[in-house]
Design a protein around this ligand. Structure first.
Ligand code: RP5
Length: 179
């Protein structure tokens, strides 16, 4: 039976691609951010090594399907983001996923040192990087979307408030060590 072609999500602006379904627990952090900022996205599993044709098809058709940014999560010998970037002029953001005993360093190194001419924006390893990939993609779209920029600004203010609350909690704990 021929392999299923990548599916099309109408209205999606961001493509979230992962090398395997085992990357989903990490890439869920990206999805949470995109949902939070109300950015329409589509999700695809495709592998640079196990399904090269599917990967090429996805990358080649991404821009004409209306995507603006592609986020790629993969682990191990992680060539997926680079392969996608080779086939599109859309910005590609990579998330190195921890899946092997090398704990993400393998995926980081496979992704970060791209040759001149084929850039990939590489985030931090694993869940923090996945969350930041969603924010970063939203920031790219927000350049031409003031409502989205306002949602991002509100998020920054929330972050700052949470730090002030943490500071207050730490001071309280130190003042009342028994409480
Ligand atoms: C990579 O290999 C995937 O992105 C995943 O992180 C890793 C392991 O894949 P599975 O063997 O769990 O499918 O290509």
């Amino acid at each position: 039976m021929p392999a299923k072609k990548p599916s099309r999500a109408a209205g999606a602006l961001i493509g979230v691609v992962m090398g395997s379904d085992t990357d989903l627990p990490v890439m869920t952090e990206t999805i949470k951010m995109l949902r939070r900022f109300e950015v329409p996205f589509e999700v695809e599993v495709t592998s640079a090594h196990r399904s090269p044709e599917r990967t090429h098809e996805y990358a080649r058709t991404a821009a004409c399907r209306g995507l603006k940014v592609i986020i790629v999560g993969a682990g191990g010998a992680s060539h997926l983001a680079g392969i996608v970037a080779a086939e599109t002029t859309l910005p590609v953001i990579a998330v190195p996923v921890v899946t092997t005993p090398l704990a993400g360093l393998d995926a980081l190194y496979s992704t970060v040192q791209m040759p001149t001419g084929v850039p990939v924006a590489v985030m931090a390893v694993d869940k923090p990087g996945a969350a930041n990939a969603g924010i970063y993609a939203a920031e790219i779209l927000a350049i031409s979307d003031p409502d989205l920029a306002a949602r991002l600004q509100a998020y920054k203010e929330e972050l700052a408030r949470s730090v002030a609350e943490k500071s207050a909690r730490v001071k309280q704990q130190l003042e009342n060590p028994q409480a």
